[in-house]
Write a protein that binds this ligand. Structure first.
Ligand SMILES: C[S@@+](CC[C@H](N)C(=O)[O-])C[C@H]1O[C@@H](n2cnc3c(N)ncnc32)[C@H](O)[C@@H]1O
Length: 268
């Protein structure tokens, strides 16, 4: 009873805090948000934070649930195959995994890849992804570290046009919508003509709770950046990636979260 009351009061407090920030426009600067994001994820490398937040196998919510860790990547793969075709990955593709984390996608998407570029802002996640790929006997993995402030730097790190850029459970962690636009532009630049981007976002609806935050990165990280579905569709177009199909997941039981949208985009 006491716990339920505390949780109710907590929810009420967070909602009023949010309302206050939104109505008074109490937002943090882009530079501050990017800085806070980098600092937050750096904690993975200094072991202040469990890898569970970054979807590491055997950590956090996956500590006693290996099936769940495997299921996340398989689920993403199934959606990709529904959108792009069941055998699209059977050829040796050059793949970029933006925010690869602990390799939950890499071990599924990377099986037949010619090269699998894991791109992340923390060395610890890149190393963990490498470990998982090695466990699967995959030697096509190329880890690429960049600083959150400079996503454009990734274009200088990859010397060949790629066939697929994918990103799941990362867009909502971006510091802002404007930052997400920068990353879409980079994705377009990384792709060969006709190449695909498979991008998952958290979408906003009309509720206050689903709007992007633009303040308090560490406590609001999991819902930091959201877009309306049609807004992201148009944004992708503006960034040179033509939307092909979208799948919505109002509820996501594997991560106990809501409002995910997967977009298949193509560089014309
Ligand atoms: C929740 S994990 C997701 C991992 C993986 N994509 C998956 O679906 O399991 C988030 C990862 O994104 C990384 N990340 C956070 N901000 C990023 C950014 N701006 N660019 C690239 N990666 C970022 C974190 O370091 C972390 O490894």
């Amino acid at each position: 009873m006491a716990n339920a009351l505390r949780s109710l009061l907590g929810t009420g407090y967070r909602a009023s805090q949010r309302l206050l920030h939104n109505s008074l426009g109490m937002y943090q600067s882009e530079a501050q948000l990017i800085d806070d994001a980098q600092r937050h994820w750096n904690a993975l490398s200094t072991q202040e934070q469990e890898g569970g937040n970054a979807h590491w196998r055997g950590n956090g919510v996956f500590a006693h649930d290996d099936e769940r860790w495997l299921a996340i990547g398989r689920h993403n793969l199934r959606i990709f195959q529904r959108l792009a075709g069941a055998d699209w990955l059977s050829q040796p593709r050059r793949i970029v995994d933006w925010g690869c984390g602990g390799g939950a996608n890499a071990v599924h998407f990377g099986v037949d890849a010619a090269r699998y570029y894991g791109v992340d802002i923390t060395q610890a996640s890149l190393a963990e992804c490498q470990r998982q790929m090695a466990t699967e006997g995959l030697r096509n993995y190329v880890p690429l570290l960049f600083q959150a402030a400079q996503p454009e730097h990734v274009t200088a790190l990859i010397a060949e046009p790629c066939d697929l850029v994918l990103s799941t459970y990362v867009y909502e962690l971006f510091p802002s919508q404007a930052y997400g636009r920068r990353v879409l532009r980079v994705m377009a630049e990384l792709l060969a003509t006709g190449g695909l981007a498979f991008v998952q976002i958290k979408y906003s609806d009309l509720t206050l709770n689903s709007q992007p935050y633009r303040w308090g990165y560490a406590q609001n990280m999991a819902n930091m950046t959201t877009y309306r579905v049609e807004e992201f569709w148009e944004l992708a177009e503006q960034c040179g990636l033509m939307p092909q199909l979208v799948v919505l997941e109002p509820q996501q039981p594997l991560v106990h979260d809501r409002r995910y949208a997967y977009f298949l985009l193509q560089k014309p």
